[in-house]
Write a protein that binds this ligand. Structure first.
Ligand code: HEC
Ligand code: HEC
Ligand code: HEC
Ligand code: HEC
Ligand code: HEC
Ligand code: HEC
Ligand code: HEC
Ligand code: HEC
Length: 247
């Protein structure tokens, strides 16, 4: 019997379909198809890796003094192993001298976080490694577990140096920072948790600069604050710490 041409083609398609189905469900091993064995294998693989870090709480068991000092000081947010490197081997065998964690006493180590970089957040304590007590080890003056300058800087410029220096040569040089910012007392010792206020309304500037103002010092710099600069905040056009703009 001669099959019609189209039946042959249909037969090929059905045949292929069956091959695919049989391969997929009966021939291929499960691990080729399902993600589950992979995941399980990965957990086993990861668990087989050696553990390098022990975690800060482990250090406390034997180094209570360093732990307490650090927790109360400026370095409280930094883990022990951030500075001493992975120390699991040391914890596992404290008598193994080869595994005793290194103590980085070289200047470069501290400057990695504290060297001056303009991209660091405003207020982060930075020093210029070329100028700040050059030639001496940082740890000869600062306890790495409880670093602090002799006392917290009283001056705003101790932490906001660029702003203070800018304002000092501006027409606002005579204005104390606190004319425009209310500063909680704790800001100088725990700055990020107690932020000062910043001016919010045009009135903060207009009280000295409006044509109706009676502030004698600003007599030469008066504007009609109802119309001048329309409704934009004054500091969108005038940088408050250098209001006349760069020369
Ligand atoms: C089981 C107790 C124990 C634990 C836990 C422990 N240490 Fe130690 N550590 C010691 C002893 C004991 C020494 C002194 C060994 C020596 O001088 O070689 C030491 C020495 C050190 C030193 C070097 C001190 C020096 O003067 O050279 C550093 C740094 C250190 N440990 C950091 C850590 C860190 C970080 C952790 C947590 C990850 C930690 N240790 C956890 C017992 C411990
Ligand atoms: C900011 C980096 C830094 C951090 C964070 C830090 N250390 Fe240290 N640690 C050092 C340096 C630097 C020295 C060496 C000090 C020296 O020789 O004067 C040191 C010394 C030590 C010593 C030797 C004893 C001593 O006081 O000289 C021990 C023990 C120690 N650290 C444990 C710890 C433990 C435990 C923690 C966490 C609670 C920790 N360190 C956190 C930098 C750090
Ligand atoms: C992993 C980054 C890191 C390393 C390494 C580091 N520090 Fe710090 N340091 C900090 C942070 C974060 C603070 C807290 C800053 C804050 O409160 O805004 C700080 C605060 C300080 C302060 C207090 C300054 C102030 O007026 O607020 C001193 C001093 C200091 N560190 C010295 C050192 C010395 C010395 C070393 C080297 C042994 C060192 N640091 C290593 C991150 C680091
Ligand atoms: C001879 C002692 C001495 C040495 C060495 C020293 N410092 Fe200082 N450091 C001070 C004193 C004092 C202050 C507080 C007064 C000041 O700001 O100059 C200070 C302030 C700081 C501050 C706070 C600055 C701020 O704006 O709040 C940091 C951060 C700092 N030092 C880090 C370091 C680092 C990092 C090194 C090493 C590269 C180092 N210091 C070396 C004595 C020292
Ligand atoms: C010990 C260091 C330190 C001293 C001293 C200090 N500040 Fe700050 N200040 C900071 C830090 C850190 C921040 C937070 C910066 C950030 O989060 O970007 C900050 C933030 C501010 C802000 C911004 C608040 C905000 O919401 O963005 C103002 C305004 C300010 N300080 C004003 C002052 C004035 C005025 C003084 C002096 C009376 C002063 N600061 C003294 C460290 C200090
Ligand atoms: C004439 C009023 C005025 C004076 C004086 C003043 N500021 Fe400001 N300050 C402002 C205004 C306005 C802003 C911006 C507010 C905003 O962007 O929301 C600001 C913002 C800041 C900020 C936030 C970061 C930034 O650059 O925007 C800091 C930090 C700050 N001032 C610190 C100081 C310090 C320190 C002094 C004294 C040396 C000072 N200010 C003096 C008005 C003033
Ligand atoms: C406590 C009063 C006072 C406050 C508040 C104040 N200023 Fe001033 N401002 C002055 C004095 C004083 C001068 C200097 C006037 C002179 O040159 O004789 C000045 C100068 C200026 C100038 C310079 C004009 C020029 O080119 O000579 C501008 C712009 C200015 N302020 C904008 C502002 C802005 C914006 C604010 C709000 C963030 C503000 N001021 C808040 C007192 C103040
Ligand atoms: C849209 C931008 C803009 C805004 C917003 C703005 N100003 Fe001005 N301001 C200027 C320009 C541009 C000048 C210089 C040209 C002029 O004198 O009009 C100026 C000039 C000034 C002067 C100097 C006037 C003189 O006689 O030398 C003062 C003071 C001043 N502005 C204060 C303010 C105060 C206060 C506010 C908020 C109430 C404010 N400005 C808002 C753009 C602005």
């Amino acid at each position: 019997m001669k099959l019609p041409e189209q039946m042959k083609r249909l037969g090929v398609i059905v045949g292929l379909f069956l091959v695919v189905v049989i391969t997929r469900f009966f021939l291929l091993p499960e691990s080729w198809i399902s993600a589950r064995p992979h995941q399980a294998a990965k957990v086993v693989r990861e668990m087989a890796k050696p553990v390098h870090y022990a975690g800060m709480m482990t250090c406390r068991q034997c180094h209570q003094e360093e732990f307490d000092a650090k927790l109360a000081g400026y370095h409280r947010t930094i883990g022990c192993e951030n500075c001493h490197g992975p120390a699991a081997a040391h914890v596992a065998n404290k008598d193994d001298k080869a595994a005793t964690p290194p103590k980085h006493r070289e200047r470069e180590f501290c400057l990695g976080c504290h060297g001056y970089l303009s991209s660091r957040p405003n207020g982060f304590p930075q020093v210029d490694g070329q100028a700040h007590n050059k030639g001496k080890r940082c740890v000869s003056c600062h306890d790495p577990h409880d670093p602090k300058p002799d006392e917290a800087p009283k001056d705003c410029g101790g932490c906001h140096g660029l702003i203070a220096r800018t304002k000092a040569v501006s027409t606002h040089s005579q204005l104390p920072c606190t004319d425009c910012h209310q500063v909680p007392e704790l800001h100088t010792t725990d700055p990020r948790s107690h932020l000062p206020t910043k001016p919010e309304t045009r009135e903060a500037c207009a009280r000295c600069h409006d044509t109706a103002s009676t502030d004698p010092a600003a007599a030469k710099a008066r504007v009609d604050s109802a119309s001048h600069g329309r409704t934009y905040a004054c500091w969108e056009c005038h940088y408050a710490h250098l209001p006349e703009g760069p020369k």
